[in-house]
Write a protein that binds this ligand. Structure first.
Ligand code: NAI
Ligand code: MG
Length: 493
């Protein structure tokens, strides 16, 4: 360790005279990138009928990592046919205990190869290796383990009823947790006896494609999971395919709406996990330093690319000055930079359009009267970066208090009474999550019961477990993922 001034001699990100660690990059050699990736259909990588490939880049360096096959309507159809065939001939006929064996195998192989997956996740998406290594990978494996456990016990999940699979599921996932979202979608579908066609996001297809190698290693029967990279148009073709029984989507509310329209009047079942604008509420009796860590984790985790991010800080007026002072000091200590460095707290913004969206919304915030405070770290020259940001003097009418920013930007509002806190927390079209910090159990129980949000964290934030259902109210979507509730989205009676 050494002490750096504001301008570190080595050009590394430095923060106002705080102790800096020497670089500690994770070796990327463990990842063997191929120059080109095909579509994964019927158990093997194939050339796309479309003949098209697109590039995926590392958002921290703008380096092209690989070319990835683009699935068009004909490719989507081929993948759905493979999934239908596997469903009818193999997967729906296997007893639950046999399906469980495959899921256990996938979980174990993911654990064995977790470092490789973590490095690839950080390369393709820009998130800090500490998060991909300690959060995304353990949770992805845990989802397969958890659902492996259910595969032969479904009648206990639904006592007195006989659950049967739905058939073929089309699944579309975003770029903020690429492998974890694939695990959230694939594991319950397979445990319940369905087969899958999954479309990863266009900026982060690589870990889903590496997962296909795991399926091969686990000898998962061909066609049970098919992975077809592409863009929004590919997603739209998948949604429109007539031979699907279920669509599961995680992404923007805007696209969620389009999908809901597209499946209306069809036999397709639908679950949507969309945006959020969570309130993280700090009462005056909270343990303040602990709450500061929770606020920081709530909004700067994964650069704020989190649908349940605690993006609205609601702080009780009597402690507002103190909390804002501590928060400003704290964000100067965040290490922003190389996602592969083990000391990095905040990595790269996932894509240029996302960076532009964050910049635009913050600009609007300032125009509308918010006060801007940012971490004054040095940012790398290449890649897409945004400083950890706090906007104060925000009121509920401000755009930055209403729109999902999906970046490392916290909007601070104040309240006087618990009543007012609950009102402001509910004053949003979203309802995915919320947080509450207080030393009184009665207070947080009261708050949790009043807030219309799928999850309410008390004296903590961003805690996940496969056994715990996750999902939204209002424009945050419907249906649950995880737990018994999540299984219900993949069975019929
Ligand atoms: P998006 O909703 O466009 O993308 C999510 C997935 O949907 C991607 O795989 C994309 O290819 C696919 N998709 C896009 N258009 C589609 C269509 N018409 N039919 C079917 N699939 C389609 O989100 P985008 O543009 O990447 O991000 C925009 C904003 O959405 C973000 O700034 C953020 O506010 C929000 N978002 C929320 C997420 C969440 O976890 N709830 C995840 C990603 C984005
Ligand atoms: Mg990428």
């Amino acid at each position: 360790m050494r002490r750096n001034g504001r301008n570190g001699q080595d050009g590394q990100a430095t923060q106002g005279g705080v102790w800096q660690y020497s670089p500690a990059p994770e070796a990327r050699e463990i990842v063997k990138l191929q120059p080109r990736y095909g579509l994964f259909i019927n158990g093997e990588f194939v050339e796309p009928r479309s003949g098209r490939y697109f590039e995926t880049i590392n958002p921290a360096t703008e380096e092209v990592l690989a070319e990835v096959a683009y699935a068009d309507a004909a490719d989507v159809d081929r993948a759905v046919q493979a999934a239908r065939h596997a469903y009818e001939q193999v997967w729906s006929k296997l007893p639950g205990k046999e399906r469980a064996k495959y899921l256990f195998r996938i979980a174990r192989i993911l654990q064995e190869r977790s470092r490789e997956f973590a490095v690839l996740e950080s390369l393709d998406g820009g998130k800090p290796i500490r998060e991909s290594r300690d959060v995304d990978l353990p949770l992805a494996a845990a989802h397969f383990f958890y659902h492996a456990g259910w595969a032969d016990k479904l009648e206990y999940a639904f006592p007195g009823r006989t659950p049967r699979p739905l058939g073929v599921a089309g699944q579309i996932i975003p770029w903020n947790f690429p492998l974890l979202m694939a695990a959230w979608k694939v594991a319950p579908a397979l445990a319940c006896g369905n087969t899958v066609v999954l479309k990863p996001a266009e900026t982060t297809p690589l870990t889903a494609l590496l997962l296909c190698e795991v399926f091969q290693q686990a000898e998962l029967p061909p066609g049970v999971v098919n992975i077809i990279p592409g863009d929004g148009q590919t997603g739209a073709w998948l949604v429109q395919h007539p031979d699907l029984d279920k669509i599961a989507f995680t992404g923007s509310t805007e696209v969620g709406r389009l999908i809901q329209k597209a499946v209306a009047g069809t036999r397709k079942r639908l679950t949507l996990e969309l945006g959020g604008k969570a309130a993280n509420v700090i009462f005056e009796d909270a343990a303040i330093d602990q709450a500061i860590e929770g606020i920081v984790n709530g909004i700067y985790f994964n650069q704020g690319h989190v649908c349940c991010a605690g993006s609205r800080l609601l702080v009780q007026e009597s402690i507002a000055d103190l909390v804002i002072r501590k928060l400003r000091r704290r964000i100067q200590l965040l290490r922003v930079g190389d996602p592969l460095d083990k000391n990095t707290d905040v990595g790269a913004i996932n894509s240029l359009p996302q960076l532009r969206k964050i910049e635009r919304l913050v600009e609007i915030g300032v125009q509308e009267g918010a006060e801007l405070y940012q971490c004054d770290c040095t940012l790398p020259n290449k890649g897409y970066w945004y400083r950890p940001t706090v906007l104060t003097r925000v009121s509920t009418a401000h755009t930055v208090a209403r729109e999902e920013i999906f970046g490392p930007v916290l909007s601070v509002l104040t309240f006087r009474t618990p009543d007012e806190a609950a009102q402001i927390a509910n004053n949003t079209r979203y309802g995915l999550s919320a947080g509450v910090w207080t030393n009184k159990g009665s207070k947080y129980l009261e708050f949790a019961s009043r807030v219309r949000a799928g999850v309410v964290w008390c004296n903590t934030y961003n805690k996940f477990d496969p056994a715990s259902p996750f999902g939204g109210y209002k424009e945050s979507g419907f249906g649950r993922e995880g737990g018994v509730h999540g299984l219900a989205a993949y069975v019929a009676f």
